[in-house]
Design a protein around this ligand. Structure first.
Ligand SMILES: *[C@@H]1O[C@H](CO)[C@@H](O)[C@H](O)[C@H]1NC(C)=O
Ligand SMILES: *[C@@H]1O[C@H](CO)[C@@H](O)[C@H](O)[C@H]1NC(C)=O
Ligand SMILES: *[C@@H]1O[C@H](CO)[C@@H](O)[C@H](O)[C@H]1NC(C)=O
Length: 414
C-alpha cells in the first residue's frame, strides 16, 4: 500500500470568506495586523493581486463563495494563527477527503485509503494529529466526508452494443485491475453533425497482446474512429484531454454543473433514455453544446477490499460513476440570443432528469452521489450514506471537532 503524509501547509492557503463589505474592510485591517505573527514565508493577499486571483480561481464558478483576503501559509503554525480570526474557512478539502476515485483505484483503492496520518488544525485553532492511533474517530470521518491506450468514437446507434459490451467488462465488480474504461457523450460535428457521439477510452495496463481480448471486441463494434497510443502513467491525462490547460480543466469562470450517480452496472434501456435527454438539450442550446456525460468505469477491486464501515466513505459497493456535466458561460443567454433564458436552470433541469432516469433504471432504492462532484442539491444521505449510524457518527464528530461550524461551506453535516 502506498502511503503519504498529509500536511495542512500542503494545501497552501486558507481563504477567508467575506460576509459583507464592512466586514471585508475589517478583515483587511485584521489581516494587515496579522502580518507580524506569520512566519517569514507566509503572505497575505488582497483582491487585485495575482496571488489572490490564483488562490481563489475555481474549477466551477457556480455557487462560489466570496473572499476578502487569502493567506498563503508556509508553516503549520501559520494555520493556527489564521484560523481563529476567520469568520468562516473553506474546508481544507482535497479530493481525497471526499473519496479520491480514480484510474488506479482497482489496484490501490480510493485516494482516501492512502491516508495514514493527517496533521489538522481545528476550528478553535488547536492542532492535532489524526491517525488509527490518535483521534481514530476523526480519522474515520476524514476519509469520506474527496499503458496501453485505445480511443474509439462511436456514433449513437451503437449505444446498446457498446454499453452491453462494457457491462460485460464491469461484470458486477469483477473488472480486472489492468482495465479501465471511460465513455464521454459529447458533440463532435465532424463525426456526427446531428447527434452526440460516444467517445470511448480503453486504458489497459500491459502489452497490446494482453489488451487485445478487450480492444478486438471494441473494434468489432465498428467505431467511427480509432486511435492507439502507448504512454507511461503521467501521460494518461494528456491523452484524456485532462492536462492543465485542456478544456475540461479550465478555470475560466464557467459554471460547471455535475449530476453524479453511482450505479452497479449499465441498464441499456435507462442509458438510452438518459442519452436522449442529453442529446436533445445539448443540441437545442448552443450555450450547452460543450456538455458531456461521463461514464467512469474503473476496477473496484481494491476499493471493495476495504470493509464498508472502515471509513466515512459510504459507497464501496457500486461499480460505476456516471455524471452529466454541463459547462455553462455565466453570460451565455445574452451571447447566444436564447431569449434571456437561464442556462444554469435549463442545465439543472436536464441534469436532474438524466440522473432520475439512471436512478430509476438502477434498481436500487438509494441514490448515491459522489460528494466531490455534487452540485449542492443532494441530501446528506446521498452524500454520506443511508445507514443511521453513519450520519449519527458524523454528527457526533462535527459536534466534537467543529462545534462552531467553521467548516460548513459545502455539503455540511447538519
Ligand atoms: C498564477 O498562476 C499562473 C498559472 O499557473 C502562474 O503562471 C503564475 O506564476 C501564478 N502567479 C503567482 C503570483 O503565483
Ligand atoms: C496518439 O496516436 C495518434 C496516432 O494514432 C497520434 O496522432 C497522436 O499524436 C498520439 N497522441 C499522443 C498524445 O501521443
Ligand atoms: C432498466 O431500466 C428500465 C427503465 O427504467 C426499467 O424498467 C427496468 O426494470 C430496468 N432493468 C433492470 C434490470 O433493473
Amino acid at each position: 500500500m502506498q502511503a503519504y503524509m498529509l500536511f495542512l501547509s500542503a494545501f497552501g492557503f486558507i481563504p477567508v470568506k467575506a460576509l459583507d463589505k464592512c466586514q471585508s474592510q475589517k478583515f483587511s485591517d485584521f489581516a494587515r495586523a496579522l502580518g507580524p505573527v506569520l512566519s517569514p514565508g507566509a503572505s497575505i493577499n488582497f483582491p487585485g493581486t495575482d496571488e489572490f486571483a490564483n488562490a481563489t480561481t475555481r474549477f466551477s464558478a457556480y455557487g462560489a463563495p466570496d473572499f476578502a483576503v487569502t493567506v498563503d501559509v508556509a508553516t503549520e503554525g501559520d494555520v493556527d494563527n489564521v484560523l481563529p480570526v476567520s469568520a468562516s474557512a473553506h474546508p481544507l478539502l482535497g479530493p481525497g477527503l471526499g473519496g479520491g476515485h480514480g484510474w488506479n483505484q482497482g489496484r490501490y483503492g480510493l485516494g482516501l485509503d492512502q491516508i495514514v496520518e493527517a496533521n489538522l488544525v481545528l476550528g478553535d485553532g488547536s492542532r492535532i494529529v489524526v491517525s488509527e492511533d490518535s483521534h481514530a474517530d476523526l480519522f474515520w470521518g476524514l476519509r469520506g466526508a474527496g499503458h496501453n491506450f485505445g480511443i474509439y468514437t462511436f456514433t449513437q446507434d451503437k449505444l446498446e452494443a457498446l454499453f452491453g459490451l462494457l457491462d460485460s467488462f464491469v461484470a458486477d465488480g469483477a473488472q480486472p485491475v489492468e482495465l479501465r474504461h471511460w465513455v464521454t457523450f459529447m458533440r463532435v460535428p465532424e463525426i456526427d453533425p446531428i447527434h452526440a457521439v460516444l467517445a470511448t477510452w480503453i486504458v489497459y495496463e500491459g502489452t497490446p497482446e494482453r489488451a487485445s481480448p478487450y480492444t478486438s471486441k471494441m473494434e468489432a463494434l465498428g467505431p467511427a474512429t480509432t486511435t492507439f497510443n502507448t504512454t507511461a502513467y503521467p501521460g494518461i491525462v494528456v491523452l484524456m484531454g485532462m492536462d492543465r490547460g485542456a478544456v475540461s480543466c479550465l478555470e475560466n469562470g464557467d459554471h460547471v454543473l455535475r449530476f453524479p450517480i453511482d450505479v452497479r452496472g449499465y441498464n441499456l434501456t435507462a442509458h438510452r433514455a438518459a442519452y436522449t435527454i442529453f442529446d436533445e438539450v445539448s443540441g437545442a442550446y448552443p450555450a450547452l453544446s460543450g456538455a458531456t456525460m461521463l461514464n467512469e468505469g474503473y476496477s473496484v477491486r481494491a476499493v471493495q477490499a476495504v470493509p464498508a464501515d472502515n471509513t466515512a466513505y459510504p459507497d464501496r459497493f457500486n461499480n460505476l460513476l456516471l455524471s452529466a456535466s454541463f459547462r455553462v458561460k455565466p453570460n451565455a443567454a445574452a451571447e447566444d440570443a436564447t431569449g434571456g433564458m437561464d442556462m444554469d436552470q435549463i442545465a439543472i433541469e436536464a441534469g436532474l432528469k438524466i440522473r432520475r432516469t439512471l436512478f430509476e433504471g438502477g434498481g436500487s432504492p438509494d441514490l448515491y452521489t459522489y460528494v466531490n462532484y455534487g452540485l449542492g442539491l443532494e441530501t446528506l444521505e446521498n452524500y454520506y450514506g443511508y445507514e443511521d449510524w453513519r450520519l449519527a457518527r458524523l454528527r457526533e464528530l462535527k459536534a466534537k471537532y467543529d462545534p462552531d461550524r467553521k467548516f460548513s461551506f459545502y455539503a455540511p453535516i447538519e
